[in-house]
Write a protein that binds this ligand. Structure first.
Ligand code: SF4
Ligand SMILES: [Zn+2]
Ligand SMILES: [Zn+2]
Length: 310
């Protein structure tokens, strides 16, 4: 019978296809925490005294991010707060919001729930009923970033942590290559520092951890999470690219990791060549930093015949 490669415990919960390593529950939990901490140290994601805003959806990735960052909070290295964005997706979002509230309460951290409806007078479901919409994820990403950036400033956060995992990152890299959005590649990575100081530094501590291992981590640690996927996710190009990568991973278990590592080597070169040199000014409607007269959120809202509630 196969035993844990670390401690010999016969009760294994994972056998990693990539390395052949088998792990018991405790050694698996430790391995995930160590991997995230390695990324945090290698990429210098945290500084002592940081106040980190966790973008907490209640899904497995954000709950695992909160759980791992909380070990730094317990050692008084950082402080943590959280924001949950309610996009207004019927029969989906509320369950995640409730779980996010429960985790924030359990840990006693400052937490805000901010909705698209309150911020922009429209829900994502309402947007999707409009003719000629640009696709759910296009609006969702732009509006969510707008809310999270603003929350970070309101809560005086020095960093924003998101739960992007290895699958998300490799999908984003491949998507941008396939669509020819090479400029967007300059914005990917473990740590994103914007030229505008109105944008808070963004960090991704789980970026090297496969999605299924994060799922197993929250189950092993008995953390309550919202496991359903967004009803719009399969309609997206990202969903299609994700399916291709998953299929390739069956015979090439390292494909996502090698995509990420290859990109990390290229990134400094791409950045040097392509990093846009525009200067930020402020959006003339909402005041957020923007390279155009209107930021992307206000441009979309204008097309949808609504506006930001300031
Ligand atoms: S799948 Fe798209 S619409 Fe759904 S939450 Fe993610 S970004 Fe938003
Ligand atoms: Zn073990
Ligand atoms: Zn704006």
């Amino acid at each position: 019978m196969e035993k844990c490669s670390k401690c010999g415990n016969p009760k294994i919960i994972i056998k990693r296809k990539q390395s052949g390593q088998a792990l018991c529950k405790d050694c698996f939990i430790e391995s995930i925490q160590k991997k995230a901490i390695k990324t945090i140290k290698k990429e210098k994601l945290l500084d002592k005294g940081d106040k980190v805003l966790v973008a907490l959806s209640g899904g497995k990735d954000s709950v695992a991010t909160l759980d791992i960052l909380n070990t730094f909070r317990e050692r008084n290295i950082i402080d943590i707060c959280a924001v949950t964005v309610d996009e207004g997706i019927d029969n989906y979002r509320q369950a995640g919001v409730d779980i996010a509230i429960a985790h924030a309460k359990r840990l006693g951290i400052e937490h805000e729930v901010v909705s698209f409806k309150d911020s922009f007078n429209i829900t994502l479901d309402e947007i999707m009923k409009r003719e000629n919409h640009k696709g759910s994820c296009t609006y969702c990403g732009v509006f969510r970033r707008w809310i999270i950036n603003r929350a970070a400033r309101d809560m005086n956060a020095s960093k924003i942590a998101t739960g992007h995992n290895l699958d998300d990152e490799s999908q984003a890299i491949l998507m941008n290559y396939l669509e020819g959005n090479i400029n967007n590649l300059t914005k990917l990575g473990a740590k994103t520092v914007s030229k505008s100081d109105k944008f808070t530094v963004k960090i991704k501590p789980l970026r090297e951890i496969p999605e299924r291992e994060i799922g197993l981590y929250v189950v092993a640690k008995e953390l309550e999470v919202h496991f359903d996927s967004c009803p719009y996710s399969q309609m997206s190009f990202r969903g299609e690219v994700g399916n291709i990568l998953n299929e390739l991973s069956l015979n090439h278990p390292n494909i996502m990791y090698s995509t990420l590592k290859g990109f990390d080597k290229l990134k400094p070169l791409i950045k040097e060549e392509l990093s846009p040199s525009f200067n930020f000014s402020n959006c003339k409607i909402c005041g957020e930093p923007s390279s155009n007269e209107l930021c992307r959120a206000c441009t979309f809202l204008d097309e949808l015949d609504t506006h930001v509630n300031l």
